[in-house]
Ligand binder design. Structure first.
Ligand SMILES: O=c1ccn([C@@H]2O[C@H](COP(=O)(O)OP(=O)(O)O[C@H]3O[C@H](CO)[C@@H](O)[C@H](O)[C@H]3O)[C@@H](O)[C@H]2O)c(=O)[nH]1
Length: 422
């Protein structure tokens, strides 16, 4: 089916970028992410970007102010010359840049062009709100409330501060998914696979997660569509114009309430679920458990690219947090099997989620396999090669391999996500 939609009918999107530490997550990277998102191919008036800084860093604020000055040149430049890589640090580092000849130097060309475009820029407004929050889930939660008061877009895009938009048409691809299904109202969120532009050779710490099965389940980036009619939105957040007038009061209320939401039992109807450090998976489970569906697409070029962990310590910390967070999910009321029985999670979806949540237990299989190999070596040395024992080891190896095979199969064929390759 082929149909066209007038630009004026495009839905508004609120973009949430979260940052927490200007040292671990350098401002220059965050600002590049913001610039790449501001420059995407989408009607400018339909986008609102919210940047939260849990570190309350003056450096981030200063960078933001400087970035907006640059954005007034950068965004029209990207649109006029249809620049494909819209994160400046990637554009100016591009290997295709002819550096020898000054007249064709991409940097000089860009500088000249941007100066010519000065004055044709979009109006940009920075507003600063101060809150005290301590996790990504709480931050996004707060951003949801704030954006509900300020722009109240029906669509939301959430990206980490180091995930820049690598495909300028990413929003258009997303809209194809949002409105491309027969029963679009059944779809709650849309994902793009997490991919990285850097990282070490051969990925020794597994940071890039080259294995497709991990990518399919990694709910790391998502575009959430709340499937709320205008009436529902009005009921939930009220009329934005009126609320804007009383924004200060509402925001201070949400600020005071947010601290009372530490307990997972305090379920919040709109927003991310608390109760696990991998709040994205928990929330995804909650959404799927209510019978809503999701879809994933991979575009060419890839929609978003981020920084991979490059040190043993950081990779270990990150993976430990994920593994622990995913295991925690099993002990919440969002346990996949529980949701199959009590909720609307499909059994195959539950198996897929189980596979992911049992990541911590995978290490037992790895250790068992290692012990099997070691034992085998020892037996070889002892020239004690009884056929019976050989059979034991073979059957043990088979069980391990079969178990792993099942994991791979389940993850590949799980119906959790419908994959559309555009
Ligand atoms: O108190 C915090 C902690 C983190 N963040 C931001 O949250 C994002 C993700 O945090 P990070 O420490 O980079 O976690 P990762 O393990 O790299 O992130 C992956 O795993 C998280 C937990 O599942 C998800 O929230 C992320 O979307 C996903 O990319 C980053 O932009 C942070 O700046 C905050 O805003 N406040």
């Amino acid at each position: 089916m082929c149909f066209t939609v007038n630009e004026s009918e495009f839905p508004a999107v609120d973009i949430f970028v979260t940052t927490a530490d200007p040292i671990l997550e350098p401002c220059i990277i965050t600002m590049n992410t913001v610039l790449s998102l501001l420059a995407v191919d989408y009607p400018a008036g339909k986008l609102a970007l919210y940047l939260s800084d849990d570190g309350c860093s003056a450096l981030t604020f200063y960078s933001l102010v400087e970035m907006t000055k640059f954005a007034k040149l950068w965004v029209p430049f990207c649109k006029k010359y249809n620049v494909q890589v819209r994160a400046p640090f990637r554009y100016f580092n591009s290997k295709s840049t002819p550096m020898e000849d000054d007249s064709t130097n991409m940097g000089n060309f860009a500088r000249r062009s941007m100066l010519q475009l000065r004055g044709r820029s979009h109006v940009m407004v920075i507003q600063i709100l101060l809150f005290s929050v301590v996790s990504n889930a709480r931050t996004i939660h707060l951003l949801l409330r704030v954006s509900g008061v300020m722009t109240n877009a029906p669509l939301m895009l959430n990206v980490d501060c180091d995930m820049y938009a690598n495909n300028p048409q990413v929003f258009l691809h997303a809209m194809c998914m949002v409105f491309g299904f027969k029963k679009e109202e059944n779809y709650a969120f849309f994902q793009f696979p997490q991919a990285f532009y850097d990282g070490l050779k051969d990925d020794p710490f597994g940071s890039r997660f080259a294995d497709a099965f991990v990518r399919i389940f990694a709910q790391l980036l998502f575009l959430a569509f709340y499937n709320m009619s205008n009436e529902d939105l009005h009921k939930m957040f009220g009329n934005s114009i009126e609320l804007r007038e009383s924004a200060a009061q509402i925001l201070s209320e949400s600020n005071s309430k947010i601290e009372n939401r530490r307990s997972p039992s305090n379920f919040i109807e709109v927003g991310l679920l608390y109760g696990s450090t991998t709040e994205d998976v928990l929330t995804g489970l909650g959404i799927h458990g209510r019978g809503w569906r999701s879809a994933m697409t991979s575009t060419d070029p890839l929609a978003f690219l981020g920084c991979a962990t490059t040190t043993y310590q950081s990779a270990l910390t990150q993976q430990k947090r994920w593994v622990a967070g995913l295991f925690e999910v099993l002990f919440t009321d969002k346990n996949p099997l529980l949701l199959t029985v009590k909720g609307n999670l499909w059994f195959r979806q539950a198996l897929g989620y189980f596979h992911l949540c049992l990541w911590a237990v995978h290490s037992c299989l790895d250790i068992a396999m290692l012990l099997g190999i070691l034992e085998r070596v020892v037996w070889e040395w002892e020239i004690w090669d009884s056929i019976v024992h050989d059979l034991e080891i073979r059957s043990f190896g088979f069980v391990v391999c079969a178990g792993m095979q099942i994991y791979f199969d389940v993850s590949k064929h799980s119906a959790s996500f419908e994959k559309y390759v555009t």
